[in-house]
Design a protein around this ligand. Structure first.
Ligand code: NAP
Length: 531
């Protein structure tokens, strides 16, 4: 079956839902494809026990429609996975885009037909759709990493991934011996839930992470009233902020202007106010970051009874923020329970998974269940999962063989009218992803409207603009403590053989937004206009 539309949108998460709505608003015909059976994206797949967002719900939401802001009530200041997925369903239904989406269908290939100036999209249900504009709203963290551990397939018990938890949630862990591999944000959330029911929990930790308290709890009614009064003013304020949101707390004093007693006072206030990352106005300075890191390490140690376990749960190899920090009010205390045990892999590495459990260099640990919280092939992984071919049949895999290259985090030279929201070199995970989804989709459809108005059917970025953007990304990364020295998925270091390149723009949301819209105002000088 072959059909033709103006726009194809792949993915039905935050960006995909809004992209479908924007297409309709602008009078464009549109089809959406989603590999899951419902909307939600990240919040559909990561349905593991304990999954919740650690960006506050009042920030992590759409603001394009006043009625959505006024009608939706968050039950918690940091909502859980099921509630966020319900919210996305509510928005998709309100915006009447569910009818445009074909669920349970993967987009497998997309190739650019130069003669016709159209993308030809092939799906897993055998359908082929041609479109003028292709929006891959496929997320940055949607391609789970295959664990690089010998014997994974040999395990005779049950195995689960946090990144694709069974939708029916019928995972019986009660009374079972459970091993959890991975202690990133997902591991830190799932481990305390597993410990509530399992008879034994063995946590296999390769790298310790910073863990600070969550900002959950009931929503402040005054905050909610303020948001609802003028949602568009809030939306604008987010776009003019550094992180795409307005934090609830922020230090007002500078590390460099305080003596040691003053610094400790400010750190304590920030800890109690739950804004430790922003304790100082100059928190971005390496010396201020070092003080924040040490303060968190001390608070973490205090929560763990056993000195060996405390020592090993505290991160020493990277500064706070070098890799994605975690939030939990219960994770560290979980290790005070007698049936929960930490295994420090740098000292006793995993040798292999066996049919009975996991064998480390020190012992054989018999298990009934293994939970892999081992992360994702971030940012480029989901793009490579689709066989994308641009001008002259050149593939995205070839084009990005040495690492992702693009302009303004959305478009790639040689791939006209292909848009990649939340991709490499956008503020992505170092900003509020909900604000970013709206901003990027607005920019994409403003670009499409401009092309139609100016009779220019296609555009793609100039090669030199991409080089400039990569240098900009690197320039700002150099100013971020630990960004270039920490092994993290931000730079592809979690995937053996993946080219190392810091993939997140940290020049701030305001600067990013202004740079995008300067292009539009000046007629796209960083792009080649075609046709
Ligand atoms: P992650 O941060 O990449 O963590 C993966 C964990 O698995 C790390 O501890 C890693 O160790 C470990 N690991 C990977 N391969 C391993 C192996 N072969 N042997 C032993 N350990 C191994 O993945 P994630 O926790 O799923 O989180 C990914 C991102 O999703 C987060 O950074 C965040 O942006 C987002 N997220 C957000 C939330 C939230 O809002 N609360 C929740 C979940 C996820 P190393 O560190 O040594 O590589």
């Amino acid at each position: 079956m072959t059909s033709q539309v103006d726009v194809v949108v792949v993915g039905a998460g935050f960006a995909g839902i809004y992209a479908l709505w924007q297409a309709r608003q602008r009078g464009l015909s549109v089809r959406g494809f989603e590999r899951g059976s419902d909307v939600g994206g990240t919040w559909y797949w990561n349905a593991y026990p304990g999954a919740r967002c650690d960006v506050e719900s009042y920030n992590y939401a759409y603001f394009f429609d006043n009625d959505i802001v006024r009608q939706w009530n968050w039950s918690d200041a940091c909502a859980g996975q099921a509630e966020i997925q319900r919210y996305l369903r509510f928005v998709a239904e309100r915006c009447e885009v569910v009818k445009d989406i074909t669920f349970n269908t993967r987009v497998q290939a997309a190739s650019f037909d130069e003669a016709k100036g159209m993308w030809v999209v092939e799906t897993s249900n055998g359908e082929t759709v041609s479109c003028r504009y292709l929006v891959l709203a496929i997320g940055a963290l949607s391609d789970p990493k295959t664990p690089d551990i010998e014997g994974v397939a040999d395990f005779a018990g049950e195995a689960y991934f946090t990144s694709s938890w069974p939708r029916d949630r019928k995972v019986g862990l009660r009374g079972k011996r459970v091993g959890v591999i991975g202690t990133g944000s997902s591991g830190v959330q799932v481990i305390p839930e597993v410990a509530k029911v399992a008879s034994e929990v063995h946590v296999f930790q390769r790298t310790a992470n910073y863990v600070t308290p969550t900002r959950g709890g009931p929503m402040d009614p005054r905050l909610v009233a303020g948001l609802r009064e003028d949602p568009q003013a809030v939306r604008q304020a987010f776009r003019e902020s550094y992180g795409g949101h307005v934090p609830l707390g922020m230090g007002t004093e500078r590390y460099t202007e305080l003596d040691e007693a003053g610094r400790q006072r400010v750190l304590q206030e920030a800890w109690e106010g739950n804004y430790i990352a922003l304790a100082f106005r100059d928190a971005y300075l390496p010396e201020a970051n070092a003080a924040i890191s040490e303060f968190i390490r001390q608070r973490m140690r205090e929560q763990v009874n056993d000195p060996w376990t405390a020592d090993h749960l505290v991160p020493w190899d990277h500064p706070y923020g070098g890799k994605r920090p975690c939030q939990s009010d219960v994770y560290l205390q979980t290790f005070n329970q007698p049936h929960v045990r930490l295994i420090a892999l740098p000292e006793t590495p995993i040798e292999r998974v066996t049919p009975e459990g996991i064998k480390t260099s020190a012992a054989m640990i018999p298990l009934d269940v293994i939970i892999y919280a081992t992360g994702f092939d971030a940012i480029s992984g989901p793009v490579f999962a689709i066989d994308i071919k641009g001008i002259k049949g050149r593939s995205m895999r070839e084009t990005w063989a040495d690492g992702p290259l693009n302009y303004l985090g959305t478009m790639v030279h040689g791939f006209p009218n292909l848009f990649l929201p939340s991709s490499a070199m956008s503020p992505s995970v170092l900003s509020n992803m909900a604000t970013l989804a709206e901003q990027q989709v607005d920019f994409i459809f403003d670009t499409i409207e401009w092309l139609d108005e100016h009779g220019r059917p296609q555009l793609h970025p100039r090669a030199d603009a991409q080089v400039f953007w990569r240098e900009e990304t690197l320039r700002y990364a150099q100013r971020r403590p630990g960004a270039l020295t920490t092994k993290s998925w931000y730079s592809g270091a979690n995937i053996p053989g993946k080219p190392r390149m810091f993939m997140v723009y940290c020049g701030g949301f305001k600067r990013y937004n202004e740079t995008c819209y300067r292009e539009l105002a000046e007629g796209f000088p960083g792009y080649e206009l075609m046709g």
